[in-house]
Design a protein around this ligand. Structure first.
Ligand code: IPM
Ligand code: MG
Length: 359
């Protein structure tokens, strides 16, 4: 099993190291190869996604990704900014299906910004389309406005678009995922205003005919954002476009108390995948050894399950994470004032120890 390891920027390298330690503690053989990505790659090679890094990622069975980005690169031209690395990998590898679970662990209910009774037992899966929509639509740019309120004025524009096959394939992924869980799918759109999302709604409804056993409902994105904080447990699987999914998955993450707990998987049609924590590079705490490595460790578990066909090993990691939470270990992001806190390394080492204790 060949894994491309792309630690990236900020806390990326620290948390990826802990995930690697956990993978090495399994009785499996991996070939890990590291490459720079994001700001680290810009420093080393002048580009956030060097050709050699992309080639390594494409040739691997899976990519274990840390995080990219730092404020110090905000003034670079867009094509050289760290974020372009992740967008470039998604596009070049065809990673159209993004899985973002939002699970509220019973031990961490207190960390949520919502009342415990609203989030206890929460288990949502957000499936975000990841290679289309306004993020990739052409044309985009700046120009003199051809019409509108201020013709001739300088304006900027992007293009929102989805083709039928793009909507169909993500809808199939979502219906199939719903079948493996609570059989309930919510498609989020903005069909009351946008042509693109009326089409989205129509196509998702058509695909539904093949999954009559799955309950489908449709919500406008503004209402979905509201429902997520009003009564989040009404949701099972949510499927939506790239931009709405970006926003709603951050919102859903916060319901669980800490984005530091949440893994993600981005898959292509061959189940090749990129696995990364849902959180970012957190440059403010980089190098301090306080970041929570659990989201990355849980991403490694998703990698085992979705790309490497090692469901049993994935379950072992997930059980080990539950065991360390149960034992009371807390990094700063999930600690109460009265808890004693552990750092990144100690948390990773505890998961490794919990794995060993399973034998
Ligand atoms: C995410 C991030 C990225 C996105 C950025 C870093 C380009 O916010 O993965 O949610 O917008 O998709
Ligand atoms: Mg985001």
């Amino acid at each position: 099993m060949k894994i491309a390891v792309l630690p990236g920027d900020g806390i990326g390298p620290e948390i990826v190291d802990e995930a690697l330690a956990v993978l090495r503690a399994l009785d499996l053989r991996f070939e890990f190869e590291r490459a720079p990505v994001g700001g680290a790659a810009y420093e080393a090679a002048g580009h956030p996604l060097p050709a050699s890094t992309l080639a390594l990622a494409k040739a691997a069975d899976a990519v274990l990704f840390g995080a990219v980005g730092d404020w110090k690169y905000d003034r670079l031209e867009r094509a050289l900014r760290p974020e372009q690395a992740i967008l470039g990998l998604r596009k070049a590898m065809g990673l159209f299906a993004n899985f973002r679970p939002a699970i509220c662990y019973p031990q961490l209910t207190h960390a949520s910004s919502l009342k415990p009774e609203l989030v206890a037992g929460l288990d949502i899966l957000i499936i975000r389309e990841l290679t289309g929509d306004i993020y990739f639509g052409q044309p985009r740019g700046r120009r003199a406005a051809p019409d509108g309120h201020f013709p001739g004025a300088e304006e900027a524009f992007d293009t929102m678009r989805y083709s039928r096959p793009e909507i169909e394939r993500i809808a199939h992924v979502a219906f199939q995922a719903a079948r493996k869980r609570g059989n309930k799918l919510t498609s989020v759109d903005k069909s009351n205003v946008l042509e693109t999302f009326q089409f989205w709604k129509d196509v998702v409804s058509e695909v539904h005919a093949e999954y009559p056993d799955v309950m489908l409902d449709h919500l406008y994105v503004d209402n979905a954002a509201m429902q997520l904080v009003k009564a989040p447990k009404q949701f099972d699987v949510i499927v939506t476009g790239n931009m709405f999914g970006d926003i709603l998955s951050d919102e859903a993450a916060m319901l669980t108390g800490s984005i530091g707990m949440l893994p993600s998987a981005s898959l292509n049609a061959n189940n090749q995948g990129l696995y990364e924590p849902s959180h970012g590079s957190a440059p403010d705490i980089a190098g301090k050894g306080v970041a929570n490595p659990l989201a990355t460790i849980l991403s490694a578990a998703m990698m085992l399950r979705y790309s490497l066909n090692q469901a049993e090993a994935a379950t072992r990691i997930e059980r080990a994470v539950l065991a360390v939470l149960e034992a009371g270990l807390r990094t700063a992001d999930i600690a109460r004032a009265s808890d004693s806190k552990v750092g990144t390394r100690a948390m990773g080492a505890a998961v490794v120890a919990a794995l060993a204790a399973q034998h």
